[in-house]
Design a protein around this ligand. Structure first.
Ligand code: TLP
Length: 344
């Protein structure tokens, strides 16, 4: 069979040769004692790049998001989230299981909570209500199709939330994609938030790892919570070494993934029975709507070596990354074109 073109996620990217070398040579120690020099170096670097006082290395973005929620809240608190946010939609209900908080959903526009929508969920003091404590935002927004929240939009929403005494957590799994798309420093997008999570293991291609950043005090508390969650790793420097390469060498190339995504969208738009708007592509994700079952088309695509995920009954998500280039996405689209032609 022809080469498999894997567009399921940027998480499928494998470490680069430079990462593998750095991993093999990493100086390590026991990180639970704070003695892994490579983890310490990664944490300092991550804090500096994202513009926060401190940062903490986690095995996954999910654990880092959960530790953030746990650190910001206490049991019974209410957390405001965009209705399709990853923390709500894709983290197995963990905020309820682990932090005992109650989610309140706000319908966003392209994943972005507007000032009007935010105002519509506000509560007046009342004995019956939970304490609203935290607002979670997501940039880029996964289920909205890699959409981007601008610095101004982030500031405006954060300002509203701050006025009510809420903390703000930014799920910035792909914050460097957002920064690249907007041509801004990621620090500016992170500044309005009290805490920010970002992943090393997505477009940046590290094999594993995510960072949580915030004030020194917040990160000290999050370190305790990471231990509660079983995330205290030992010689984690072997992973952190790849993370350092990810942060120093891989951010600049993310724009290439955005170009490839747009090209893919243009090609998909020309396929009968598929609806896809190239102008909606802001970063490395492409959402395509199908006339029939998305899952069935995904299964059929697999048979011609094109992998993608159905993310709704009639919606397929394609994600571009370092291991697919322009010719791969053209090839993927033409295989889908032939497939659709055959199956009618
Ligand atoms: N997202 C994955 C799946 O979980 C859906 C993907 O393939 O896109 N926040 C956001 C916005 C994410 O997209 C993800 C991963 C995470 C958090 C969680 O990161 P990990 O997978 O490291 O736990």
């Amino acid at each position: 069979m022809a080469r498999i073109i894997d567009l399921r996620s940027d998480t499928v990217t494998r470490p680069t040769d430079e990462m593998r070398r750095a991993m093999a040579e990493a100086e390590v120690g026991d990180d639970v004692y704070g003695e892994d020099p490579t983890v310490n170096r990664l944490e300092r670097l991550a804090a500096e790049i994202i513009g926060k006082e401190a940062a903490l290395f986690f095995p996954t973005g999910t654990m880092a998001n959960q530790a953030a929620v746990m650190t910001h809240t206490r049991r019974g608190d209410e957390v405001l989230l965009e209705a399709e946010s990853h923390i709500y939609f894709y983290e197995v209900g963990a905020i309820a299981v682990l932090s005992g908080v109650i989610p309140r959903l706000i319908q966003g526009r392209n994943g972005i909570i507007t000032p009007e929508a935010f105002v519509s969920v506000l509560r007046t003091p009342n004995i019956h209500f939970p304490r609203t404590r935290l607002l979670c935002i997501e940039n880029t927004h996964n289920r909205a199709g890699g959409t981007v929240m601008s610095v101004e939009e982030t500031r405006a929403l954060a300002c509203q939330a701050k006025a009510l005494g809420l903390s703000i957590h930014l799920d910035g799994a792909r914050i460097f994609n957002a920064a690249a798309a907007l041509s801004v420093d990621a620090k500016e997008l992170a500044a309005p938030a009290d805490s920010v999570m970002f992943c090393l293991s997505k477009g940046l291609s590290a094999p594993a790892g995510s960072m949580l950043a915030g004030s020194r005090e917040f990160i000290a508390e999050a370190r305790k919570n990471r231990k509660i969650l079983g995330g205290g790793m030992r010689q984690a420097g072997v992973l952190a070494a790849a993370g350092i390469v990810a942060l120093t060498r891989m951010r600049d190339r993310l724009v290439e993934d955005h170009q490839t995504a747009r090209l893919l969208a243009q090609k998909l738009a020309g396929i009968p029975g598929i609806q896809c708007d190239p102008d909606a592509v802001k970063t490395n994700m492409v959402m395509a709507d199908t006339l029939g079952s998305a899952q069935e088309l995904v299964e059929a695509m697999k048979s011609v070596g094109v992998l993608a995920n159905a993310v709704g009954p009639r919606r397929i998500r394609f994600v571009t990354h370092r291991e697919v280039d322009a010719s791969d996405v053209k090839d993927a689209a033409s295989r889908i074109f032939q497939l659709v032609g055959r199956t009618g």
